[in-house]
Every structure is written in structure tokens, then in C-alpha cells.
Design a protein around this ligand. Structure first.
Ligand code: CTP
Ligand code: CA
Length: 224
């Protein structure tokens, strides 16, 4: 029995995972969000603990829950809250996988009262959020850092650009072109690309199996 436990490949390792969307407040009752369900990130967290890891799961608003003695689930709402929660644990983890669909922009100011409707066209000024993944790439030490890339066109080229510009060890290209893949769906079609630009393409499959494929590729590349 002890032997089986010691063979768990991520035993003693700490893994940070981000999941779900972020919500950026417009006023007390409204926000800018996206259709991310969080399923991919929660599947990654479940796989990581099954491999023996201790997991920090930083999650935006989702309907999902996961309870495990080796998963610390931290729920946040905005991109800024996710940035802070991620940076609080990054220096103690061995690996970080950022699957969250973080908002790229947030309202430049948040109205303190509910905005009243008018008949004219109205505008909301947006300011960029901080890129959490890029910020981790900048301060990376021993961590194996994995990002996701959500693309609809020039997929491989765009994903490889993100891999190098954010100083990642690998990126998971998430193809939205496939009808069965992406937001809210139970399945995904991904290509794993490592920092040597080796591509491993997978077929459309349940997100839980995609999570296993991703860890399989990561494990092959740890300590090189
Ligand atoms: N990401 C992040 N913080 C942000 C934006 C993105 O950590 N503010 C992460 C995502 O979690 C993902 C990766 O960066 O792992 C790529 O996200 P994606 O939206 O595909 O790329 P962007 O760099 O935001 O570029 P664009 O949306 O213009 O394609
Ligand atoms: Ca983006």
C-alpha cells in the first residue's frame, strides 16, 4: 500500500490552477463576464489530486464545487482578485496551470449607484486588466508554467506567440472551431505545445480526459 502511494507522480508537489471566468463590475448590479464554465480547470484540479498533488484552485464565479482534503479552493470574482490570490501562493508551488478565462478589460470606473437607463447610445470606458499569466512568467523560478490559448484563427501561430511572450513551459491550445469544444461544453479539442514548439494534437474528448492528457504531457517534461 505504501508503495502505491509513493508512486504517485505528483506526491509532495504543489500545483496552482486557475479556473472559470472573471466578472468585472460596471455598477452594483451589473458586470462584464464571459461564458467560461470552469469545467476544464476543475477537471485539472481533480486530476492533479489523483496524481498525489496538493492543489490551490483559484476559481472565478462558477456553478461547480469540488471538495477534497488536498484541494484548497479559493473563490474570487474579478481579474484583480484572481491576480492577488494567485500571487499569494505562486512562490510555494511547483507548477501552475492557468486555464481561467480572465477578462482582458474592466470598466475604467465602477459606478457606485445603479446606472439609470436613457434613450441615447451609451458607452462604458474600459481599462486593461493585468495579465496574470505573463506576470508569473516574469517572476518564474523553478515553477513549470502552463497557459491556455483560446483561439478562433491562426491558432498555432497565436498560441506559440503566447508561449514565448509569456515565458511559459507549455501552452494548451483550445480550439473553438470545433462545434463540440469550448465554453460550457463537456468536451474540448486541444493541442499541447511545449517550449521546444513540439506539438501534440488530441481529438475531441471529455474535459476529464483532456485533463489527463495534459498532465501526461507535463509529467514527461518535468525536470528537463
Ligand atoms: N490570462 C491571464 N490574465 C489575463 C488574461 C489572460 O492570466 N488578464 C491567461 C489565461 O488564463 C490563459 C492565457 O493567459 O492561460 C491566454 O489567454 P488568452 O485570452 O487566450 O490570451 P490573451 O493573452 O489574453 O490574448 P487575446 O485574448 O488577445 O488572444
Ligand atoms: Ca484574453
Amino acid at each position: 500500500e505504501k508503495d502505491i502511494v509513493s508512486k504517485l507522480p505528483l506526491k509532495g508537489k504543489k500545483v496552482l490552477i486557475t479556473a472559470g471566468p472573471t466578472y468585472e463590475a460596471i455598477d452594483p448590479v451589473r458586470f462584464i463576464g464571459n461564458h467560461s464554465s470552469g469545467k476544464m480547470g476543475y477537471a485539472l484540479a481533480a486530476t492533479a489530486v489523483n496524481l498525489g498533488a496538493e492543489v490551490f484552485l483559484i476559481s472565478g464565479p462558477t456553478h461547480l464545487d469540488i471538495q477534497h482534503s488536498h484541494i484548497k479552493l479559493v473563490r474570487i470574482t474579478s481579474a484583480e482578485e484572481m491576480y492577488n490570490a494567485v500571487h499569494q501562493v505562486y512562490n510555494q508551488v511547483d507548477m501552475a496551470i492557468l486555464s481561467a478565462a480572465v477578462a482582458d478589460y474592466k470598466p475604467a470606473t465602477v459606478a457606485s449607484q445603479k446606472i439609470k437607463k436613457k434613450t441615447a447610445v451609451m458607452q462604458i470606458d474600459l481599462a486593461p486588466t493585468k495579465d496574470i499569466l505573463a506576470s508569473l512568467g516574469e517572476i518564474k523560478e523553478k515553477q513549470f508554467l502552463v497557459g491556455f490559448a483560446l483561439e478562433t484563427n491562426n491558432e498555432l501561430e497565436n498560441a506559440k506567440n503566447k508561449l514565448s511572450s509569456k515565458n511559459l513551459d507549455a501552452i494548451v491550445l483550445n480550439s473553438l472551431n470545433d462545434k463540440g469544444a469550448g465554453f460550457g461544453k463537456p468536451t474540448n479539442k486541444v493541442t499541447f505545445i511545449d517550449k521546444n514548439l513540439t506539438e501534440v494534437a488530441f481529438s475531441l474528448k471529455p474535459k476529464q480526459e483532456v485533463a489527463a492528457d495534459i498532465f501526461n504531457e507535463i509529467l514527461k517534461r518535468l525536470d528537463d
